[in-house]
Design a protein around this ligand. Structure first.
Ligand SMILES: Cc1cc2nc3c(=O)[nH]c(=O)nc-3n(C[C@H](O)[C@H](O)[C@H](O)COP(=O)(O)OP(=O)(O)OC[C@H]3O[C@@H](n4cnc5c(N)ncnc54)[C@H](O)[C@@H]3O)c2cc1C
Length: 385
């Protein structure tokens, strides 16, 4: 199944697959262990917001041509708050970009990447059950068709999305529960989207409408769990009415809604890791609030940076402490920036503190007039800089 020098990647989600494809292009041997069956993730219609910087990575990997026809460009981001004045618009043309970002179904991304990675290097329906950091190799115990096997590698990469593996020696997680859930669905409105993404802050939590396809929006509506549960329980007509009340009139009335799902929201990060020959990337390393669509894009940059360091590692240095330190140094600023940025937006924009609404309105109004501040925002969201 693998040579003992293979890089082993646990998790064939978008981040694990980006790393795999980048290694494949450079002729580095690797094995991906993926719990799901081949093609199972291709049906996942959850919308991911890709930054322009992520598009550039997918272009370099040669999969963007395949994805472009399925992507909906975001040319403008419109930011407002409910019940308050002030709004800001960010436009791609003002920042000399063809688009500020793109909306793509999760399944389209994993399919394009799955198709491009040599399937001989992906072992599907294989669950990693235990991870043992160590030198000169880290080990992974995996279960496949009821049988347990142990594989070893000088570099074991955890890209499992952060939901399945815990208690790894030398890897400590810090988690903050927002106490909020996100309701996600697809909705259609009276007015066409015009490639505008709307971020709207309400005292109960932020909501976003992202253009998805010719006529629809992907909705991400966050709020306290009890409120989201109540919204899930409404019939379609009542749900659409409440959405209109919360969102306002910018796209007219809402006409239809697809199946509604919800996810709990948390901020999860890793303390500086001390595990040997092991690195954690993507959502497994940092899980963020979806307010500014940062999570997946930060994960893409994790994979891209790591691939670069693997390719340039001197013989015998793959997975060394020196290499892993370099990785964490290179990723620290971007990851921390993404976390602080999303956490700031949630904390500042989602409350009813007296006077805050006026301050936020003034802030949005001033931002609208300040080109350097807008450029900073666009740079942060597009490239993590
Ligand atoms: C409601 C919501 C909305 C979001 N919206 C956005 C958005 O608009 N834009 C954005 O950029 N991000 C968004 N995100 C975040 C985004 O979904 C993640 O950043 C992205 O999926 C991370 O990719 P990943 O490959 O790290 O992990 P995942 O997508 O979780 O993939 C992990 C893979 O590992 C496999 N796996 C798990 N455990 C094991 C195991 N033990 N052994 C083998 N395989 C295993 C899984 O089957 C899966 O294929 C959102 C998240 C939520 C919750």
């Amino acid at each position: 199944m693998q040579d003992k020098q293979d890089v082993i990647i646990v998790g064939g989600g978008p981040v694990g697959l980006v790393l795999a494809l980048a290694l494949q292009q450079q002729g580095v041997p690797f094995t991906v262990l993926e719990a799901r069956a081949k093609g199972a993730s291709h049906q996942d219609t959850r919308a991911l917001a890709l930054s322009y910087g992520s598009r550039l990575i997918l272009e370099k990997l040669g999969v963007w041509d395949d994805l472009e026809a399925k992507a909906t460009a975001i040319n403008t981001i419109h930011i407002s708050q409910r019940g308050g004045l002030g709004r800001t618009r960010l436009n791609a043309t003002e920042h000399d970009l063809p688009a500020l970002g793109y909306v793509l179904p999760y399944g389209a991304i994993t399919k394009a990447l799955d198709d491009a990675v040599d399937s001989a290097n992906i072992v599907y329906e294989t669950q990693a059950t235990e991870i043992k950091p160590g030198a000169p190799v880290a080990q992974v115990v995996l279960e496949r068709q009821g049988e347990l096997t142990t594989l070893a590698s000088p570099l074991l990469v955890i890209a499992d999305g952060g939901r399945s593996l815990s208690g790894i020696k030398g890897i400590e997680r810090e988690t903050k529960e927002y106490g909020h859930d996100a309701l996600v669905s697809k909705v259609r409105a009276e007015l066409p989207h015009g490639n505008i993404a709307y971020e709207r802050f309400t005292s109960q939590g932020p909501m976003a409408l992202l253009p998805n396809g010719a006529r629809d929006f992907s909705l991400v509506w966050t709020g306290e769990k009890a409120r989201i549960d109540a919204l899930l329980a409404l019939d379609d007509a009542m749900f659409l009415k409440q959405l209109h009340e919360a969102f306002g009139d910018r796209v007219g009335k809402f006409l239809s809604v697809e199946k509604r799902l919800s996810f709990p929201l948390r901020l999860s990060t890793l303390k500086p890791a001390t595990a040997s020959h092991l690195v954690v990337i993507g959502n497994a390393a940092q899980t963020m609030h979806p307010v500014a669509g940062q999570g997946f894009n930060v994960g893409m940059r994790d994979a891209w940076t790591l691939a670069d360091l693997i390719v340039s590692a001197s013989p015998g240095k793959l997975g060394s402490a020196e290499m892993l330190n370099r990785y964490s140094q290179q990723r620290k600023r971007d990851t921390r920036g993404g976390i602080l940025f999303t956490d700031f937006l949630v904390n500042v924009f989602s409350n009813d503190v007296i006077g805050m609404s006026a301050l936020r309105g003034a802030g949005l109004g001033i931002l609208e007039l300040l080109k350097p501040a807008k450029s900073f925002l666009v740079g942060k969201m597009s490239f993590g800089k």
